[in-house]
Write a protein that binds this ligand. Structure first.
Ligand code: 8YV
Length: 328
């Protein structure tokens, strides 16, 4: 027998996690870690599902209906590391009797910070400026050099105003004096909307028409797939910017490229992509686009908090209590 104490549930952790989290997971579970941090193949995910009581996956693990069909299924819970779980076919998981949990709350502030950072970067041409200095091309200050777009006082349009959307609204309204408008099929109470200084719009289209900056904060679902397509991009002001820290497939990336190339919008700032880690090659050539490698929750503090939240869900499940963040 391994160092594992008898009776401890077995757990496959699909990617490397912060050391503090791995230590705790190893204390509580018969944990199989991934020190090489190589993403698991479908066959390796299936091997995990047939050999471990629990799985702790991330966004890089495509737990499709086909993968989840594996026999004999030993795993009872998918304790996802992350709030978004569109890489898991939840209907298939449910059909197989699997419990699925996520890690909300703990990454709200960091992801909101990421959206605000992207808004500022694209408006103030920060990426361009950085590239300019690093290339040794800077010849000195001049009044007309790299002029960007003012953010303070502008209109921010949020598509989705859940936890992260609200945190962005708070920063934008109280920090930058922005007028915040939003559309959400499930809007918060009028008191919450008032506290955010936000204004509800009846449709996505109204938000797109009026906003100077559009920031996406919807979950990736069949309903939000390509929500921002060519026709919706055409509604945006030519001076407006699109920011995406949610999920890549909410935007039709090819349509976004076409809109940017035609100058139909002023720019885009993207933390997520339709086919990660692939990025549409044209985006790499456009100066008015900011590109980050899915960094929304990427701080030491938050990645530890996410791991501990997944651990909390696992412990609850195996002690027979309802996990706090059950989504299925
Ligand atoms: C994670 C995220 O880094 O939580 C999410 O939904 O997109 C990111 O914070 C990623 O999903 C980890 O699995």
């Amino acid at each position: 027998m391994s160092a594992a104490r008898a009776g401890r549930p077995s757990l496959v952790v699909t990617r490397r996690l912060p050391a503090a989290v791995e230590q705790q997971l190893t204390r509580e579970f018969d944990a199989r870690l991934n020190p090489d941090d190589r993403a698991l193949s479908a066959a390796e995910l299936q091997a995990a599902l047939t050999s471990a009581d629990a799985l702790l996956p991330t966004v890089t693990d495509r737990l499709t209906a086909q993968v989840l069909q594996v026999e004999p299924l030993r795993t009872k819970i998918l304790a996802n590391f992350g709030v978004g779980f569109n890489h898991i076919d939840v209907a298939a998981a449910k059909a197989r009797g699997l419990v699925v949990t996520n890690t909300p709350d703990v990454l709200t502030d960091d992801t909101a910070d990421d959206a605000v950072m992207l808004m500022l970067m694209v408006a103030r041409r920060a990426g361009e400026g950085e590239r300019h200095v690093r290339a040794g091309a800077w010849t000195g200050w001049r009044p007309t050099h790299l002029l960007g777009t003012k953010v303070t006082g502008k209109t921010l349009g949020l598509i989705g105003i859940g936890r992260i959307g609200r945190a962005v609204a708070r920063r934008a309204h109280h920090g930058f004096g922005m007028h915040v408008i939003f559309h959400d099929p499930h809007p918060p109470s009028p008191e919450v909307v008032a506290e955010l200084g936000a204004e509800a719009k009846r449709t996505v289209e109204e938000v797109l028409r009026e906003a100077d900056f559009v920031s996406l904060h919807s979950p990736a679902t069949p309903e939000t797939h390509h929500l921002i397509d060519a026709s919706r991009l055409a509604l945006m002001k030519p001076s407006a910017f699109l920011i995406n820290t949610a999920r890549g497939d909410i935007v039709d990336e090819a349509a976004l490229v076409a809109a940017l190339k035609a100058g139909r919008i002023a720019g885009a700032a993207l933390d997520v992509f339709e086919r990660e880690p692939q990025v549409s090659p044209e985006l790499l050539t456009l100066e008015n686009v900011v590109l980050l490698p899915h960094l929304g929750s990427a701080t030491q503090e938050t990645r530890v908090a996410m791991g501990l939240r997944a651990l909390e869900n696992l412990k609850a499940f195996f002690s027979g209590a309802p996990p706090r963040d059950r989504v299925v």
